[in-house]
Write a new protein. Structure first.
Length: 277
């Protein structure tokens, strides 16, 4: 028996393991407890010799709405205040870098990791997908950046090798921009798109076909491709956004936006921000 989780579910399906983000009432927004459980669950599956392929998906009507910045947040605590344990910019950088290290486990895992994306996939959720080996999306999925820019450059640098700098800038500069799953596959963010009602069956079939290859062969295939990506700069690009994000978190502009969230809640704060001239 594995560990018990509150925000993560694990479902075993022969050689496949479904790692399910399980906060459907919050569109699976990632708070600190969920991120810790995600880390532990991934370590558990990585060490399980019976698991050949790991699939990450969301419960309910969305894959994930990103980092939870309203309650139980990595940015704002449950009282609505900036995190008291982050007294300076260095501590903030360390916190952001830890999340990149957590996602880097997907990249370095000897087993294939697939993201199956439906519904909303926003902000930090897109970051999570980039670190997976394969991303399959529902055609009607909505994929985009944070709707209120309380940071800068943490997420879009890892998009850039996939979609190119111009498209990454389009998404980064316009916080209200989003793309469909179909467009995401055309741009290179996802491997391909399928109708929403076929997504999980399609991913399961793909994972089953992959699982037929002996694990030693899969591992070395992944190592060789990752090395090629690393030569192209991937391992340098992956953590660099933590620096610009930490800098901006202590700027007056971002502090004003955090205050907007504290006073009005995230949903209303987004509406107020998007209504600015």
């Amino acid at each position: 028996m594995g560990a018990e989780y509150s925000y993560i579910k694990i479902e075993h399906d022969g050689p496949l393991a479904w790692l399910i983000l399980n906060r459907p009432d919050r569109l699976n927004a990632m708070n600190r407890p969920m991120l810790k459980e995600l880390d532990a669950a991934f370590d558990e599956l990585s060490a399980d010799d019976d698991v050949r392929v790991i699939i990450i998906r969301g419960a309910g009507r969305a894959f994930c709405s990103g980092y939870d910045i309203q309650r139980g947040s990595t940015e704002i605590n449950e009282s609505g205040d900036r995190e008291a344990e982050r007294p300076d910019i260095t501590a903030d950088y360390d916190r952001l870098a830890r999340t990149i290290t957590r996602f880097m486990k997907f990249w370095d895992c000897p087993k294939p990791v697939i993201a199956a994306v439906h519904g909303w996939c926003l902000a930090g959720a897109t970051q999570l997908c980039v670190f997976c080996d394969i991303t399959v999306v529902a055609s009607d999925a909505r994929i985009g950046m944070p709707r209120i820019p309380v940071g800068g450059g943490y997420i879009t640098p890892v998009w850039t090798p996939l979609v190119g700098p111009k498209r990454a800038k389009q998404l980064a500069f316009d916080s209200s921009s989003e793309i469909s799953g179909e467009v995401a596959s055309q741009w290179g963010f996802a491997n391909y798109a399928v109708p929403a009602d076929q997504l999980f069956d399609n991913v399961r079939d793909l994972a089953w076909r992959i699982s037929r290859t002996p694990p030693e062969i899969l591992r070395m295939k992944k190592v060789s491709i990752n090395r090629a990506a690393d030569v192209q700069g991937w391992r340098t690009i992956a953590p660099m956004g933590a620096e610009t994000d930490a800098l901006l978190h202590y700027s007056n502009a971002v502090e004003e936006l955090f205050q907007l969230v504290r006073e009005h809640g995230l949903k209303d704060a987004i509406s107020i921000f998007e209504g600015r001239a």
